[in-house]
Design a protein around this ligand. Structure first.
Ligand code: TGC
Ligand code: FAD
Length: 406
């Protein structure tokens, strides 16, 4: 990746990140030593490298791209992919979830970069790619030498990706790609894009588009109030010649991209817990320090109600994601179960962020604290990877057997 930033160009805060995670039901006892080690190493990294720079990045709308190889060194990219293709891989889905929890505790935009790279770029190449594609792309994506993006959403097709208009025409020796994708995380910086397009028969196929291909551009989307430390853009294909060896050979149909989304949505369910924990921890500390009417506000029943309800919802969400991780490890997690976890955990994170912000009074709207940034980020998280209502409809379909999408 072509880095445009160094860490010296970003203002580092000297404020220490004191985060401590709540573990009210002893969930740590359900984890292995390796899980805890991984969780703690990502937590330490976030405290040292993300928390000090993230407010400045979010304020100035800067993607700290110099962190991408650092994420690679930490093993955040594609941790469940076998070590044959990812030297840091071979881990289970609980380890992956804990990584997403910790990185999103720092910032949802950082988790976006990581989950797109791992679940939406490396996963489809690993799951549906040829041996040559796996060897060519996976090690570079795992190390962060390459940054990837995932192109499914189009200007006219968001919740309904099956209606996509991007076309892949067979020209004999090669394919020709035409169309556009919208709202693509990482796209302006990406070296490779996994793109979903319809072939001559109208079937959806996945292709690996490389930065150097003529006719391929990635304009940045500006003026976001959310995920400001993440970079989002378009993918525009104007007669892009795609070599036949860049088509993912082992999948066709919407199940290709939706299968990748299952993995990314699972990670988001853990990431949302990270955000909720950060907001709760900030509110708890503040409530013990801030005095009004001659005593800490944490002594007032209404503040205690907020904190007690936050802890209750975090604990329930932790149990949901942990159990879902076990089901994923056993290959049993269903799309509807994943929808329940993504939907629930983002909703509780949004509620907790709002209550935590109010606990801080006026200070809650400042950059001194992470809560307002998290609140703004969650507006994207509740929208991407399937909106809140789409996940409700996936659950409704599962419960009744009746599709209510159309
Ligand atoms: P439907 O008819 O239900 O299904 C079409 C085909 O797909 C199969 N299928 C799945 N396969 C694997 N995994 C799943 N989760 C699957 N869900 C469905 C299904 O069996 C069928 O197969 P076949 O062989 O019969 O064709 O599809 P539909 O067109 O009715 O749509 C269903 C719906 C609305 C649930 C789906 O399209 C959907 O999930 N929409 C939301 C779109 C979405 O989530 N987009 C995300 C874009 S990527 C993104 O946001 C990245 S942000 C990353 C970040 O920054 O973190
Ligand atoms: P629409 O589909 O137009 O939905 C608008 C509203 O209508 C929503 O409330 C929705 O719930 C509702 N709605 C739609 N259909 C129905 C229905 N059948 N019944 C009831 N209500 C319905 N996409 C990618 O492919 N790759 C990425 O990397 C990526 N990154 C993103 C990053 C950010 C910051 C954001 C904001 C989005 C990103 N997306 C990405 C796109 C994201 O997945 C879409 O925004 C999302 O799927 C919703 O699509 P839409 O925005 O077109 O909304």
């Amino acid at each position: 990746m072509n880095h445009t930033l160094t860490d010296t160009e970003i203002k580092r805060s000297t404020k220490q990140d004191m985060f401590e995670s709540p573990d009210f039901y002893g969930i740590d006892d359900l984890l292995t030593e390796e899980h805890i080690l991984i969780r703690n190493s990502v937590r330490d990294f976030v405290k040292k490298e993300v928390s000090p720079i993230i407010e400045d990045c979010a304020e100035r709308n800067i993607f700290p791209d110099y962190l991408v190889p650092e994420f690679g060194k930490l093993g955040l990219f594609g941790p469940t992919i076998p070590t044959e293709y990812n030297p840091n891989g071979g881990l289970d889905y609980i380890a992956y979830g804990l990584m997403m929890q910790e990185i999103e505790r720092g910032d949802s935009g950082m988790r976006s970069t990581v989950s797109v790279q791992g679940s939406l770029v490396m996963f489809p190449i690993y799951q549906f790619g040829s041996e040559e594609q796996k060897k060519k792309f996976l090690p570079k994506l795992a190390s962060g030498e390459y940054l990837g993006c995932f192109g499914l959403t189009e200007p006219n097709h968001g919740s309904n990706p099956g209606g996509m208009e991007t076309r892949l025409e067979d020209k004999g020796d090669y394919y020709l790609l035409n169309g556009a994708k919208m709202w693509i995380t990482n796209s302006p910086k990406a070296d490779v894009a996994v793109v979903w397009a319809k072939n001559d028969e109208g079937r959806i196929q996945g292709v690996i588009v490389e930065r150097s291909m003529e006719g391929f551009t990635t304009p940045t989307i500006h003026n976001k109030w959310s995920l400001r430390a993440s970079v989002t853009g378009e993918l525009v294909f104007n007669d892009v010649k795609i070599p036949k060896e860049n088509v993912l050979p082992n999948v066709s149909g919407l199940r290709g991209p939706l299968n990748c989304l299952d993995s990314a949505r699972y990670g988001i369910s853990w990431g949302a817990i990270g955000v909720a924990m950060d907001c709760y921890d900030t509110a708890r500390r503040y409530a013990l320090e801030r005095k009004q009417f001659g005593r800490p506000i944490g002594g007032f029943q209404l503040i205690q109600k907020k904190l007690a309800e936050m802890l209750t919802e975090i604990t329930k969400a932790q149990l949901v994601s942990w159990r879902l991780g076990v089901l994923k490890n056993e290959g049993k997690a269903t799309t509807a179960q994943i929808s329940l976890a993504k939907r629930n955990n983002i909703e509780i994170a949004m509620n907790i962020a709002r209550e935590a912000r109010q606990t801080l009074g006026g200070m809650g709207i400042t950059q001194e604290y992470s809560i307002m940034r998290h609140m703004m980020n969650l507006e994207s998280v509740v929208t991407y990877e399937g909106t809140h209502d789409i996940h409700l409809l996936i659950l409704g379909h599962d419960i009744t057997g009746i599709q209510a999408f159309r």
